[in-house]
Design a protein around this ligand. Structure first.
Ligand code: SAM
Length: 217
């Protein structure tokens, strides 16, 4: 996935109207970017953008922001957008490391957060880099509406167990948990597959999912 050196990816991204450049300047203004008052849903670590764009087609009255760390991967999402029959007006992309997400979205500006097949960072000393870690949950706590929620899917059992254990110390609670999403009638209803999800479920891996909200909710 991380083809960091695709020639010209930074230039292509720089020219794209779908990419929000200097996103820190948009903090608190995201609805203005979309020109409506629709809710803002973000996917952190969107990869090539399949999930985000499929969701945007299904839910035209939701604004979707896809966040990706690497230009070369974001370029793939832009190329996918170009292949669409019509560009999706409710999608924008940001190239950034989610570590600074609070600099880009205002307090309670986001209605929902998706994490899909996040990098596992298996070494203990890298636990803070995992997107469902308590450190990241504290960042999400700032930008997510009080009644908002976060959805996380993975096929990585160790990462999922870690994510579940992080909830209590971070002050979050599970609204729903599935240890086999594709055989779960309730949680699997209306599931939209991600690129990684299709790849790993086709190998027979079960897909884990939780939906979480703050404890105080
Ligand atoms: N969500 C997609 C899917 O399910 O098919 C892609 C999953 S891929 C394993 C994880 C993606 O998250 C990669 O494209 C990676 O570059 C991105 N990523 C990892 N850490 C990130 C971070 N801190 N901020 C933004 N993107 C990140």
């Amino acid at each position: 996935m991380r083809l960091r050196n695709i020639a010209g990816s930074r230039e292509a991204i720089g020219e794209s109207d779908f990419v929000i450049h200097e996103p820190e300047n948009q903090k608190g203004n995201w609805q203005k970017i979309f020109g409506n008052n629709n809710p803002i849903h973000i996917e952190i670590g969107m990869g090539k953008g399949r999930f985000l764009m499929d969701m945007a087609k299904i839910h035209p009255s939701v604004n979707y922001v896809g966040i990706e760390k690497y230009s070369s991967v974001l370029l793939r999402a832009l190329q996918k957008m170009e292949r669409e029959e019509k560009p999706l007006p409710n999608v924008r992309f940001v190239r950034m490391d989610a570590e600074t997400i609070e600099a880009v979205f205002g307090v309670e500006e986001v209605d929902r957060i998706y994490l899909n097949f996040s990098d596992p960072w298996p070494k203990d000393r890298h636990a803070k880099r995992r997107l469902p870690s308590r450190e990241f949950l504290a960042r999400y706590d700032k930008i997510l509406k009080k009644d908002g929620w976060l959805e996380f899917k993975t096929d990585n059992e160790a990462l999922f167990r870690f994510a579940v254990e992080e909830l209590k110390p971070a002050g979050w609670k599970a609204l729903g948990i599935s240890y086999d999403l594709h055989h779960d009638d309730k949680m699997g209803q209306d599931n939209v597959m991600t690129e990684y999800e299709e790849r790993f479920s086709s190998l027979g891996n079960p897909i884990y999912k939780y939906v979480i909200a703050r404890d105080s909710r």
